[in-house]
Design a protein around this ligand. Structure first.
Ligand SMILES: Nc1ncnc2c1ncn2[C@@H]1O[C@H](COP(=O)(O)OP(=O)(O)OP(=O)(O)O)[C@@H](O)[C@H]1O
Length: 229
């Protein structure tokens, strides 16, 4: 389980995260929801230990963040970080050389699902294919948890469906996923838990199943209530 415990982050004097707490379980997809600038990416960076916190604590399977974290958690940012002149095949080799947890079979499988080619150059990929390559580089690592920043942003409907299919198959199964989004429409059915943020605070945390069964509401219904009230 990833436990985010009362984290506060300040940039200069501005609080961008204010006592944020939530949990994300293994085997579940947890979605951080909120409009632009509420602090979703900052939470991701905090979990990865990439930014210092003013206050609070983050535990991964009961342990504080340390260098071993990278064998347990992979982070898929919202833009591709591989050099543009590299070919996909070269980038995969680079990942294999760099990470013990790189799983070549899984990478080959994703290459096939996404119909990407080893000889495609990173810098020439369309936005959708760049997002898919990015997912491939992150998901081919055998980590227990995967963080994804806006995996569906700016991607056409068919590519979205292709990416969504990955969430329902064995490439994700049993792993804990935390993803951010500010548009939930197409992916609502994939999500187990929602953490709603507003101005750096958690305003609501719930299981989609509970809200559907007990109150007959969709995530969008709850978002309307929370953000338009
Ligand atoms: N390095 C930084 N220095 C100063 N302020 C920052 C920095 N990084 C982020 N912020 C501010 O922190 C707040 C939260 O930013 P963050 O990127 O986490 O939001 P977000 O919810 O991910 O937004 P989006 O949906 O647009 O990606 C914003 O007000 C942003 O301007």
């Amino acid at each position: 389980m990833i436990e985010v415990k009362s984290i506060t982050k300040k940039y200069n004097r501005t609080r961008v995260l204010d006592e944020v707490s939530f949990t994300a379980e293994k085997g579940q997809i947890t979605c951080l929801v909120g409009i632009n600038g509420v602090g979703k990416s900052t939470i991701m960076k905090a979990i990865m230990g990439l930014i210092p916190l003013f206050n609070g604590q983050i535990l991964v399977d009961g342990r504080s963040i340390d260098k071993h974290l990278y064998e347990k958690v992979s982070f898929i940012p919202d833009t591709i970080t591989m050099p543009p002149n590299m070919k996909i095949g070269q980038a995969m080799q680079f990942m294999q050389d760099f990470y013990i947890s790189w799983n070549p079979q899984r990478a080959a499988e994703m290459l096939d699902i996404f119909k990407l080619k080893l000889e495609d150059r990173i810098g020439n990929l369309s936005k959708g294919n760049a997002a898919k390559a990015n997912l491939l580089f992150g998901l081919a690592l055998d980590t227990d948890y995967v963080l994804m920043d806006e995996p569906f942003s700016g991607i056409d409907m068919f590519s979205r469906e292709q990416i969504a299919s990955v969430f329902t198959n064995h490439l994700i199964e049993d792993r804990g996923v935390i993803m951010t989004t500010h548009e939930i429409h197409d992916i609502e059915h994939l999500i187990d838990k929602v953490v709603m943020l507003d101005e750096g605070r958690v305003v609501k945390e719930f299981y989609t199943e509970d809200i559907r069964m007990e109150e007959g509401k969709s995530v969008i219904d709850v978002m309307r209530e929370v953000y338009q009230s």
